[in-house]
Design a binder for this molecule. Structure first.
Ligand code: PLP
Length: 453
């Protein structure tokens, strides 16, 4: 029998509540009110099943960098599905889309990074890197050099290792995490933890927390440091300018590998192809996902360079790791076309130039002086507003009040997707957004913040 077409919102919500367990959601709470049914998207706009539209200030989950409705991406997917919908790259085979994509990624990556392997999601990619760190040090004859240092407020995904490396504490207790072999240090979160220090001084202090941890554990036991160039889901934490250069010095001094998790920062978000290029990071590994395909189809990549790439190229034995969907041909074809669109339309340059500057200036003009907004911060096409109870002292609201959630809900009901990380309101719109759309977005955001408290 044919599947019945459920086109009424209520019927969809009821079936959803009965059969679909949503990620990062209180199931009973959602079931009681019914999920909003999103049915269509174009450019920077979404529509729901009741015909209401919203500006998507989050590019989905920080991923739809080229915006919605790109027929070219559907076309290349269709052609690839007809020509070669699947083949693996395990058994002495390759295929044209994965070769072309790998070559392209090597051409836009930071200098010296020129070897890539693939996964299906950012979490899988970070798990892969954690395994490759172990393997690298085993090949170097340093089998004890395995501990990975991460940071508070980090988000690296939800698989066992990626969740362990994440530093958002709510992610651990339900699952008896973190796994052994991962430790966390303070984040370069000046607004919340800077105290009396200026940003640059605090940036050095936060970086030296990594050095302190390396010395405490013994450099012979520390394999890698992992960090997002800007911590995204932790609340768009922009590190002070001193932070990353000092991290690089420390990791080089103690021979600790550097993993830049570029899942959000990659593909133009910070105004260069990669956040590593914006912040002066020379990573050994980069995690890529989201903007790689603009979220049109799942795909993640692990980029390697220097001695890490050389070691794996010359391992001389089978690397016993890989996913059925590593380098999937349809995903690779979509990713390549997505990167071409970004180039053809100059979206990375726009984020690092006129459009990014316009977005940042408009937000500051509208909200810097607002009584609830302690700080507006951002780079390129990513930004955050700290909602605070007392501006002069940076005093946060009692988390039990859920001020951020309230603000997010006002936005969601009034035509804007803006996310709350605690009481930090975050924005990461498509890089293709226009100036009039930025005006509309900022107007809605300011309106909703005004109504919040
Ligand atoms: N790393 C970062 C920095 C992320 O923001 C995310 C997802 O938001 C991930 C990793 C995990 O990616 P995925 O959800 O594709 O597993």
């Amino acid at each position: 029998t044919a599947t019945p077409v459920r086109n009424s919102t209520k019927a969809l919500q009821a079936a959803d509540a009965r059969h679909h367990l949503h990620p990062f959601t209180d199931h009973a709470g959602l079931a009681a009110k019914g999920a909003r049914v999103i049915t269509r998207a174009e450019g920077v706009r979404l529509w729901d099943s009741e015909g209401r539209s919203m500006i998507d200030g989050m590019s989905g989950l920080w991923c739809v960098n080229v915006g919605y409705g790109r027929a070219e991406l559907a076309e290349v997917a269709k052609q690839q599905l007809l020509e070669l919908p699947y083949y693996n790259t395990f058994f002495q085979t390759t295929h044209p889309p994965v070769v072309a994509l790998s070559e392209k990624l090597a051409s836009i990556a930071p200098a010296g990074m020129d070897l890539v392997t693939y996964a299906g999601s950012g979490s899988e990619a970070n798990d892969t890197i954690a395994k490759l760190v172990r393997y690298f040090w085993n090949l170097q004859g340093k089998p004890r050099k395995k501990t990975i240092i991460s940071r508070n407020y980090a988000y690296h995904g939800v698989t066992m290792q990626a969740a362990s490396m994440s530093g958002l504490t709510a992610m651990h207790p339900q699952f008896d995490l973190p796994l052994p072999g991962v430790v966390h240090v303070e984040a370069p979160y000046w607004y919340a933890h800077g105290g009396d220090l200026g940003p640059d001084e605090f940036g050095l202090k936060a970086a030296r927390a990594v050095e302190k941890k390396i010395l405490e554990l013994g450099p012979e036991n520390v394999g890698a440091f992992i960090g997002e160039p800007i911590q995204g889901a932790g609340g768009v934490i922009i590190p002070p300018a001193t932070y990353w250069p000092e991290i690089m010095r420390i990791c080089r001094q103690y021979d600790v590998l550097v993993i830049a998790d570029e899942v959000i920062c990659g593909f133009g978000r910070t105004g260069k192809w990669f956040g590593s290029q914006t912040f002066g990071i020379q990573p050994d590994f980069m995690t890529m996902a989201k903007g790689l395909t603009s979220g049109y189809i799942p795909m993640a990549g692990i980029m390697m360079g220097g001695r890490v790439a050389e070691t794996f190229r010359n391992a001389g034995e089978e690397i016993v790791h890989g996913f059925t969907y590593s380098g999937h041909p349809v995903a690779a074809a979509v990713a390549l076309r997505n990167l071409e669109i970004m180039e053809e339309e100059g979206l990375v340059d726009a984020a690092g130039g006129e459009i990014g500057a316009y977005f940042q200036a408009k937000l500051r003009a509208a909200l810097s002086d607002h009584r609830l907004v302690g700080e507006v911060r951002g780079v390129g096409m990513i930004a955050a507003m700290e909602l605070v109870e007392h501006k002069p002292s940076h005093a946060f609201f009692d988390p039990k009040r859920g001020v951020g959630t309230l603000c997010r809900n006002h936005c969601f009901a009034n035509g804007l997707v803006m996310r709350a990380c605690r009481d930090v309101m975050v924005l990461a719109p498509p890089l293709s957004i226009t100036k009039p759309e930025i005006d509309e977005l900022v107007g809605l955001a300011a309106d909703c913040i005004e109504r919040t408290a």
